[in-house]
Design a protein. Sequence first.
Length: 139
Amino acid sequence: MMNRFVRWLTALTAVALALTAFTAGDLARGLIAPAAAQAQPGSGAPQGGGPGGAAGRERFAKMLQSLNLTDDQKNKIRAIMTDTRAKMKTLTDPQQKRDLMRDAFEKKIPAVLTPAQAAKMKAEAEAFRAQRQSNAPHS
């Protein structure tokens, strides 16, 4: 019985050490961020599935594609988003980050669009918000 426990403990230790080495290597190569810098739920930092995460960027790209933008409009929107992301990196307050993004999406980007494109973008954003609210977990 003791021999099995020692083997189990040895195997567990080996796995823990392997994970530590794997994580340390990824940290050293910059593939992952230190735990203190990783986004915590509710911190306002974009999460993978949240509105500002990868899924949000994909949705935004699809929406822009549906607007049939000119090359000039695409370039202006890219510049707005690049500037907004750069400014967001300097902020630590989640509310300031949200305000900055809201300004980009509600003022700066619509200013680049035609009235019809702006109306379509607004309608699609409202439809997404309504869907997200209806899919929200009910407590």
